[in-house]
Design a protein around this ligand. Structure first.
Ligand SMILES: C[S@@+](CC[C@H](N)C(=O)[O-])C[C@H]1O[C@@H](n2cnc3c(N)ncnc32)[C@H](O)[C@@H]1O
Length: 218
């Protein structure tokens, strides 16, 4: 399929409000075997950007870090981070097809097939992870805005939550506008976490700006 067709049949649908969450999860599974190849054609840089940022926060002792990749997809982040010395990476994604691709990389300690929402996940104890990363998985019909509450619960005090995403959903999607950033601020006022940085950049992928959001759990 050429780039234009992939955009119309898949990427545009995943960004739209035409499909519900379950339909999007199925579309990811249908797309999983060519996902990486196709996103390369669109210059998808969100994982390398995330890795660059995380290496700044963890200049050394990366092999001691226990982390969770939420919305792990086919495992592009693990690929980036394993090459930088991160060794203990768990992954979670609701799409069995995407996870099957991630499993092939043999870089994840555990893979969980599940949605991440604001609901408490029974298989993650409080304070389980030093680092939680989410790449490209906030968007209409994807991870809900209030899932950050559960992200904080399972991240250790002093741990980092890093979101590397397309910028637009946070400013344009009704799922996030007037919800996501106000909740981030409220959680900071309540002493749950503290902002490290919110940075926007050009080149999340072709024709899309990116955003890096980093908080430290208090
Ligand atoms: C654009 S892909 C990004 C995958 C990977 N992080 C990457 O950068 O290649 C978005 C992923 O989010 C997953 N996803 C959607 N809703 C989710 C949810 N509620 N919890 C966790 N993952 C979700 C999808 O299954 C899909 O694999």
């Amino acid at each position: 399929m050429d780039k234009e067709s992939i955009y119309d049949t898949t990427i545009k649908q995943l960004l739209s409000q035409n499909l519900n969450t379950e339909e999007k999860t199925k579309l990811y599974t249908d797309w999983s075997s060519t996902y990486e190849l196709n996103l390369k054609q669109f210059g998808y840089a969100a994982n390398s950007k995330c890795s660059e940022v995380l290496c700044k926060y963890y200049p050394e002792n990366r092999d001691n870090i226990v982390m969770l990749d939420v919305g792990a997809g086919t495992g592009l982040l693990a690929e980036e981070l394993a090459s930088k010395g991160f060794k203990t990476i768990d992954g979670l994604d609701p799409s069995p097809g995407m996870l099957k691709e991630a499993e092939k990389k043999k870089l994840y300690r555990n893979l969980f097939c599940s949605y991440f929402t604001s609901k408490s996940l029974p298989f993650f104890k409080q304070d389980s992870f030093d680092l939680l990363a989410v790449v490209g998985s906030f968007g209409t019909g994807h991870i809900p805005y209030d899932a950050i509450i559960e992200m904080i619960r399972i991240t250790k005090q002093g741990g980092i939550i890093c979101i590397s995403n397309r910028r637009s959903p946070f400013y344009e999607s009704p799922d996030y506008v007037d919800r996501f950033f106000p909740l981030c601020d409220r959680l900071e006022k309540e002493g749950k976490w503290k902002k490290e940085e919110i940075t926007t950049y050009n080149g999340f992928m072709e024709n899309a700006d990116g955003i890096i959001i980093v908080y430290r759990v208090s």
